[in-house]
Design a protein around this ligand. Structure first.
Ligand SMILES: O=C1O[C@H](COP(=O)(O)O)[C@@H](O)[C@H](O)[C@H]1O
Length: 224
């Protein structure tokens, strides 16, 4: 694991947006298309605000998807898709191809195959940005989840997930897809998450799902 520490989160967010933009540009220099996966939740908004204005990227050749989604309507404040649409898929990045991880249906299982086909067509990910919860989940791969074993070790690209720590059903990219990304970053803020990260380094992926990703990832941390 590569760990980068920053004086504050503002600096970290700007650095990460620049780094992701550079990695996308590099992939687009050598390939027709690039694929970017990003988390939802409370952390990545400022990265999106900066990245969406990167006019030097040919966004029309970029596929953008979430790492995971909560199975709620897109109008819900808990919808990661809502966050993505409002803060990343705007300005220059509005030209990107959005690859959905949600569609109107009662349960994620109803749309799993259809959504997985869209994801599969974009793999491998060129850049994967991940968040982490204090319970050491990443994407929506939660400790104690019903599909934990499959999401960690299965061949699939997408799994439906229910977990004690998650108030609604989820859908998540698998550990295989996250690990296969050409560039993988984890962004965390604060002491609680830093302590969780240190604990995860000595735990199994079943106990701490983030541990499945850490060996190939760069972790970016700021205290506040
Ligand atoms: O529920 C989720 O949680 C994680 C961490 O979120 P944060 O609010 O603590 O930053 C996030 O990475 C994931 O995409 C999201 O669905």
């Amino acid at each position: 694991m590569d760990l980068k520490e920053y004086p504050d989160s503002e600096m970290m967010m700007m650095h990460l947006a620049d780094r992701i933009a550079g990695e996308l540009e590099n992939v687009l220099f050598h390939n027709d298309r690039a694929a970017l996966a990003v988390p939802g939740g409370t952390t990545p908004g400022p990265i999106f605000d900066s990245l969406c204005g990167a006019g030097h990227i040919d966004w029309s050749r970029v596929d953008v998807m979430l790492t995971d989604e909560r199975w709620v309507p897109e109008t819900s404040d808990r919808s990661n898709t809502k966050l993505l649409r409002e803060r990343l898929l705007v300005e220059h990045a509005a030209a990107a191809n959005y690859v959905p991880l949600h569609a109107p249906a009662d349960a994620p299982e109803d749309k799993l195959d259809q959504l997985a086909q869209g994801v599969e067509a974009c793999l491998p990910l060129s850049v994967c940005l991940l968040g982490m919860g204090t319970d050491m989940h990443t994407a929506s791969i939660f400790p104690g989840a019903d599909q934990l074993e499959a999401a960690l070790n299965g061949d699939g690209v997408l799994y439906a997930m229910r977990a004690p720590g998650a108030p609604e059903p989820r859908i998540t990219l698998s550990a295989r897809v996250l690990r296969d990304a050409m560039n993988c970053h984890v962004v965390i803020i604060g002491h609680e998450k830093r302590e969780a990260l240190e604990r995860a380094r000595n735990l199994s992926p079943e106990e701490a799902p983030i541990a499945a990703i850490l060996p190939g990832a760069t972790v970016h941390w700021a205290e506040s």
